[in-house]
Design a protein around this ligand. Sequence first.
Ligand code: GLP
Length: 242
Amino acid sequence: MKVILASNKAAGDQAAFNVFQQVIENGAKVLGLATGSTPEGLYKLLRESDLDFSAMTSVNLDEYVGIAPDNPQSYHYFMQKHLFDAKPFAHSYLPNGLADDPDAEVKRYDQVVADHPVDLQLLGIGRDGHIGFNEPGSPFDGGTHRVKLTQSTIEANSRFFASEDDVPKEAYTMGIGTILKSKEILLMAYGDKKAAAVQKMIEGPVTTDVAASALKKAANVVVILDPAAAAKLQPSSITERI
Ligand code: GLP
């Protein structure tokens, strides 16, 4: 795990952009994408760049259950607004939050990922250490599944909704097993609310209590942090400062 400490968010976004640019130059065909406030700066750099995704495929991590793609709170809508409107891919896949048959939807999405092996998977991290929507206790070999969100995640994500009651209580997410199959993984974390989860991911034991600790089992992982997110780390845990 390579841990890059950026002097601020702008430097972190630029470092993340450089990782994307490099894998694309190296011939990547499939990008695994994430939502949340953390990657917004990276998506802005991608939108404003001359990178061309029109021959590539994107596969997103997750989607809320029960909200339509044109709902501004949906992850479909987020991706459209932050990236796809400006930079369309040949094909873009997300779980279908309105699927009638959850078992069929889980199988469909696992097949999507099997058919499009991810070259670079972008991740954020939840305050409880979740990746995608893999909450504490998720098995490290799991595929796509429907999950009940923890109270911590519902509270954290309520800032995007009119009230906490409006936050969907369930989601579809790629499993940790799915994420670990990516050839390369880039996790970004900013702000003091992520510091404890980041410390556990990097310096704690590999345990299903902290979903992100599974990344220590993957070969090519880059973590980009700002000083607030890195505040609880030992200096020796930092690979590079930019
Ligand atoms: C949600 C998403 C995650 C994301 C996390 C952190 O729970 N499912 O993929 O990493 O939020 O979001 P933020 O970047 O807004 O802190």
